[in-house]
Design a protein around this ligand. Structure first.
Ligand code: DHB
Ligand code: FE
Length: 282
């Protein structure tokens, strides 16, 4: 049984990649954001995961509006970053874990999730941001399995469906025969809206309630439909579905180890939440 050791949920913003490339971590604007990460790296150093299963949303680099899977899983030996148009320097490729990817795909399809399997996949800032923050040297300490959830083109999967997906991914990880230690990552959110009349919208009260719910009442957000989530978190804030799926994968009895919330980074409420799985899961 592969141990699922914990979860790491984080916002992503292209400007984070640029700030790291320019060494701006100590500047007044960036310090409150970056100072949340040494404890995360301490936790990673203690737990030493081998693989990260990353719930994330692509932003038009790998999938575009003409072909938009609701749920897609990477099964590539290697994942490359490419120019996304934000002026972020590209980072070295990430090693995949095709055998675990195919195990997840098989288990999820057997559980009646209709998954798009991707033997080639470009990854954007939603993957590079958390991995760079975890491993600033860019010597990636984990192989990755990307799990992509559409939050770009309507109709989006519901919070309830993303919770169910996350639970199924958690079951699939636990039924993998290998000894690898697996961490699940949720990359996206928190509240933000990049366009339209409410551009710049941030909802601190909702964010804090949502993050709190992941610790004490993790299915809380499944009460909201997609339009309610857009209303509360913003058109791009629906990316918080990644946190929900990651939390669902972790299973019951998880414990918070570290959390931070800071507004804003670019147009986004930036949060991080680290949780350990219940002991029997580890
Ligand atoms: C920003 C946030 C995002 O989630 C994203 O994908 C792109 C930009 C921003 O706040 O600038
Ligand atoms: Fe985003």
């Amino acid at each position: 049984m592969a141990p699922l050791i914990g979860s790491l949920c984080s916002s992503h913003v292209p400007a984070i990649g640029r700030a790291m490339a320019k060494g701006l971590q100590g500047e007044d604007y960036w310090r409150p954001f970056f100072q949340a990460w040494p404890p995360v790296r301490q936790w990673l150093g203690d737990r030493q995961p081998d693989v990260a299963v990353v719930f994330y949303n692509d932003h038009g680099l790998n999938f575009f509006l003409d072909k938009m899977p609701t749920f897609a899983i990477g099964a590539a030996p290697e994942y490359h970053h490419a120019d996304e148009g934000w002026g972020i320097p590209q980072v070295p490729p990430f090693q995949g874990h095709p055998a675990l990817s195919w195990h997840l795909i098989e288990q999820l399809v057997a559980e009646e999730f209709d998954i798009t399997s991707c033997q080639e996949m470009l990854v954007d800032h939603a993957i590079t941001n958390p991995l760079q923050l975890m491993y600033p040297s860019q010597h990636w300490g984990v192989r990755i399995v990307p799990v992509c959830i559409n939050t770009v083109q309507f109709p989006l999967p519901s919070a309830r469906r993303c919770w169910a997906l996350g639970e199924a991914v958690g079951r699939a990880i636990r039924s993998w025969g290998g000894a690898e230690k697996v961490v699940v990552i949720g990359s996206g959110g928190l509240s933000h809206q990049l366009d339209g009349k409410r551009a710049g919208f941030i909802n601190r009260d909702f964010d804090l309630a949502f993050v709190e719910s992941l610790v004490h009442d993790p299915q809380w957000a499944t009460q909201f439909n997609t339009l309610q989530l857009v209303e509360k978190a913003g058109t791009q804030g629906v990316e918080l579905l990644m946190w929900l799926a990651a939390r669902a994968a972790l299973g019951p009895g998880a414990t918070q180890r570290h959390g931070s919330y800071h507004v804003p980074i670019s147009n986004t409420a930036a949060g991080v939440l680290v949780m350990d799985a219940a002991l029997e899961g580890r």
